[in-house]
Design a protein around this ligand. Structure first.
Ligand code: CA
Length: 644
């Protein structure tokens, strides 16, 4: 990995006309940010090719050492540029070149205390953060509120997921980023009581798209979200006091000099920059070295379809054998393994898995002290003492990773727990993914052993909730543009059972086609994917579906937007080595004929799996791209995948 950073500076002193905006553009000149002071309030705006994407929107923070939102005075600006290259196997693209122009603007408040904003503007992304110096002898502060706003032109429509009500849901574990979405909604209707989670997508009339998110949140800050719509726009909101059973501060305690996380704004005329952005990882750095080379891959997971009853030695052997039969790398053994199998027998089970070349992930309850989640093992992850003892056992027995569940809450106290678990796990050679959790904000790069979060209305809700089965295809068309664009997403999908239960004869009927399910294996991106296949699929699924799953990668060198509209349909392409996969799903009520531009794919012949009769798949072994394009028909709630 080679990283080069140039920060060369040109100082623009406070001019006679200090109220004039200072401006910066991205390297190709299309994306422009202006910063000014309006009646004492710092503001910024953004445009793309001259079209307004964000109107003058407020900036500022409130700290326990002073208010930096009003009565502010412009002092000076500094421009520069940044360039870096990095490799990252866990995200949508394995090698990234990042180039941005930078602008640092310094203001002072009435007490003559200074604060700066640092903007990075690349061709399609804006990232900015607040930078706080030491104020004389003051070396620590608490940031209580942030005034950062996002005021859109009146043509804007919103695609947003509401923040869950704290201390509600299963065992009072909310919020866990497991709500539905509104799509193409008038902004004035987006007034959820607790605001909206990141990321949030906005369509700016016919001018383009804006994706808002946040990155670089470590133990040194809280995670934030968008307010509900008020005063013509949205603002950064810190976690509600009610989270974590009311315990812990909502703001951030930082040392000085210190910085906030990055606020990110991805802008495009089309959805291409929205799908392909790497901004969440461009502006962060690894926080520690990996203790070893971590292997990624696919796993089986009995709990998702066979549920709690499968938590016994015999069924877990069956799922280890299933993983081996599918050439999968892992098995995830979910809740209750400690009680129903026991630590001693688990050592035997893990040895059995190893004999089949299957690595083991084990589930843990993060609780604890913050909610009523009762599944065991619990009380093993929330203190350093318990965690290190447990991780020693995991390491001695060759466990590959852990899934830690029920982390609900975005306060700094919870961010510290995430980081402590990740850091201790790395010391013990363990990879970690979280469920019942927040959006990971740059974590794929910051924490080398982090392999994804749930933070989505995931496959378990298909099992539990009829309405989620009804909307499965609708939600799937949103994720490449929103949730899965800014972070990996451990969805736990690809269900080939007709019914989402062990008997597979009646009950929770799946409403999407088999081709749709296979397409989500490519569409939803996470470096470790626990799939919902069941042992019966070895005999009841056609060979071409099993062969597809046997060869499916979970890491990608490139990702490309091909076609789609969030809430209606989505088609993307991903490349692994020399192989391209093109996958699409249709969330609409009617079938769709898509004419796709695949001229960028060098190989012209591929294998197509598409919708067949009655939700089953039809396979065509030698399809070709003619004149750079490819036509495919996709059923309502259907999908397709082509492998070139
Ligand atoms: Ca969950």
């Amino acid at each position: 990995m080679r990283t080069l950073i140039f920060l060369c500076c040109l100082l623009i002193p406070a001019a006679a006309y200090a109220q004039d905006p200072v401006a910066i553009s991205g390297p190709d000149g299309n994306l422009k940010v202006e910063v000014a002071v309006n009646n004492g309030t710092p503001v910024y705006s953004a445009s793309y090719k001259g079209h307004t994407m964000l109107k003058n929107s407020p900036l500022g923070v409130l700290t326990n050492e002073g208010d930096f939102r009003t009565d502010m005075r412009y002092l000076e600006s500094e421009i520069g540029e940044v360039e870096k290259q990095y490799t990252q196997r866990k995200i949508k693209q394995s090698y990234v070149e990042y180039r941005a122009n930078t602008l640092k603007v310094t203001f002072e408040n009435e007490q003559e205390k200074q604060i700066s904003l640092l903007f990075h503007v690349s061709n399609n992304d804006i990232a900015f953060r607040y930078e706080l110096p030491a104020w004389g002898e003051t070396m620590a502060t608490v940031i209580e509120e942030e005034a950062t706003g996002f005021i859109f032109p009146s043509s804007a429509k919103a695609f947003l997921s509401p923040m869950m009500t704290p201390m509600t849901g299963f065992a009072r574990t909310a919020p866990s980023y497991e709500s539905g979405y509104v799509a193409d909604e008038a902004l004035e209707n987006t007034n959820a009581e607790y605001g909206y989670v990141f990321p949030g997508l906005f369509r700016i009339g016919e001018d383009g798209w804006v994706l808002l998110s946040e990155t670089g949140v470590s133990s040194e800050y809280n995670a934030s979200h968008l307010s509900s719509f008020a005063d013509d726009g949205y603002s950064i909101e810190y976690p509600s006091q009610e989270q974590n059973n009311g315990f812990g501060s909502t703001g951030a305690q930082i040392g000085l000099p210190g910085v906030t996380p990055w606020r990110t704004i991805t802008v495009g005329e089309t959805l291409k920059p929205i799908v392909e952005t790497t901004i969440p990882w461009d502006v962060v750095e690894p926080l520690y070295e990996p203790s070893q080379y971590y292997e990624f891959g696919r796993g089986t997971w009995s709990w998702i379809i066979w549920q709690d009853n499968s938590m016994n030695y015999k069924d877990q052997v069956t799922y280890i054998d299933l993983a081996a039969a599918l050439d999968f790398e892992f098995i995830l053994i979910d809740a209750w393994w400690d009680a129903n199998i026991g630590y001693k027998k688990m050592e035997e089970l893990i040895r059995y898995a190893r004999s089949k070349d299957v690595g083991v992930f084990l589930w843990y309850n993060s609780n604890g002290t913050v909610n009523d989640a009762f599944q065991t093992p619990k009380d093993k992850m929330h203190t350093a003492i318990a965690r290190k003892k447990e991780m020693k056992w995991l390491q001695e027995n060759g466990v590959k990773g852990i899934k830690v569940d029920f982390m609900g809450g975005d306060k700094q106290t919870t961010m510290r727990l995430y980081e402590n678990i990740l850091s201790d796990a790395n010391d013990h050679g363990l990879q970690v993914f979280f469920h019942g959790t927040t959006l990971p904000r740059g974590w794929e790069r910051m924490y080398p052993n982090f392999v994804g979060n749930e933070a989505v209305l995931a496959s378990e809700m298909l099992v539990f909730v009829e309405d989620v089965r009804e909307k499965e295809a609708f939600y799937a068309t949103l994720h490449p543009f929103i949730r899965n664009s800014v972070a990996t997403m451990e969805f736990g999908g690809v269900v080939l059972n007709k019914y989402l239960n062990k008997g597979n004869e009646d009950g929770q009927k799946r409403l999407t086609t088999n081709a749709f399910q296979l397409a989500t294996g490519v569409l939803f991106q996470n470096p470790v994917q626990m799939f919902a296949l069941t042992p019966n699929n070895l005999t009841d699924a056609p060979k071409h579906e099993l062969d597809f799953m046997r060869a499916l990668p979970t890491t990608w060198d490139e990702t490309k937007f091909i076609d789609g509209y969030p809430g209606e349909y989505a088609v993307i392409a991903r490349k692994h080595g020399e192989t391209w996969y093109v996958a699409g799903v249709n969330g609409g009520a009617e079938s769709k004929v898509l004419n796709l531009d695949l001229s960028f794919i060098p190989k012209k012949d591929g294998v197509l799996i598409r919708d067949g009769e009655e939700g089953l798949t039809s396979v065509q072994n030698e399809v070709s791209i003619t004149d750079g394009t490819f036509e495919v028909e996709v059923d309502s709630r259907g999908g397709f995948v082509i492998k070139f």
